[in-house]
Ligand binder design. Structure first.
Ligand code: UDP
Length: 234
């Protein structure tokens, strides 16, 4: 499958059309951004590692009945995906307090949550992905009530599946962000799931194996991604 035309370039990925109008190629870059792109950098070989990690996670979720846009891995930086219309929502699920939840609520990092939480953000870089709620989603016609119900239930299901998946790899899933897309009147998981979009803490040591190492200049960024890749490849 050959790339024909670049149709989208985001912070970490590029999308290309192919000869098949229903399929795209998703290319993973090494570029990293944080704090709404105020901090920029490159994580060497991140694109290669995230392409492989995301593929493993999509394959695992597929085996558990969660459909995604992932079709197949083409090479070290590219995967073939189904073309979907991305719903402009970033869905964030948390199992422990971290990041913006700590900043906005004054919680300490790692604070226990009695149950997982969900947040909906409007996917708009210019506005800094502002948080919205179900009423906004309906009022702005991003999704219908039934679709929001489906997205919410699927996001919590993905959380349960990924918590177990990472636990087996001695990693605790602290939080993550996912996106969904529409295809033939269905809604499926899209974008990527990787250390760029999850907080992953090593069980036992509490070591961060995710983009927080880049955000906070903790060092050993590449090594952390490599470690996640090593474990998901076991
Ligand atoms: N996240 C993401 N993209 C975003 C915002 C958040 O992938 O544009 C992920 C982030 O990596 C973390 C989770 O969503 O795993 C929750 O992020 P948070 O709201 O705490 O924001 P942050 O502290 O990362 O700014």
């Amino acid at each position: 499958m050959k790339k024909i035309e670049k149709i989208y370039e985001g912070k970490a990925k590029i999308l290309y059309t192919t000869e098949d109008p229903e399929l795209l190629i998703q290319y993973f870059k090494d570029d990293a951004t944080a704090f709404n792109a105020q901090k920029r950098g490159v994580i060497s070989e991140k694109g290669v590692m995230n392409n492989a990690i995301a593929a493993k996670i999509f394959e695992h979720l597929k085996s558990k009945g969660i459909e995604s846009h992932y079709m197949q891995t083409l090479n070290d930086r590219e995967m073939l995906i189904k073309r979907v219309a991305i719903i402009p929502l970033e869905i964030i699920i948390r199992n422990r307090a971290a990041g913006s939840m700590c900043r906005s609520l004054g919680l300490s990092e790692g604070a226990t949550l009695a149950c997982p939480t969900i947040e909906y953000c409007y996917k708009n870089d210019g506005l800094g992905d502002p948080p919205i709620n179900e009423y906004y989603i309906r009022a702005l016609q991003f999704a219908t009530d039934r679709e929001v119900e489906h997205i919410t239930a699927t996001a919590f299901k993905i959380n349960e599946l990924l918590k177990k998946y990472f636990l087996n790899l001695k990693i605790e899933l602290i939080d993550f962000k996912i996106e969904f897309g529409r295809i033939n009147n269905r809604i499926i998981l899209a974008d990527e799931i990787s250390p760029d979009t999850c907080r992953l803490w090593e069980i036992g040591t509490g070591n961060k194996l995710d983009k927080d190492r880049f955000r906070r200049d903790l060092g050993n960024v590449e090594e952390a991604y490599q470690e996640v890749l090593r474990r998901v490849s076991q």
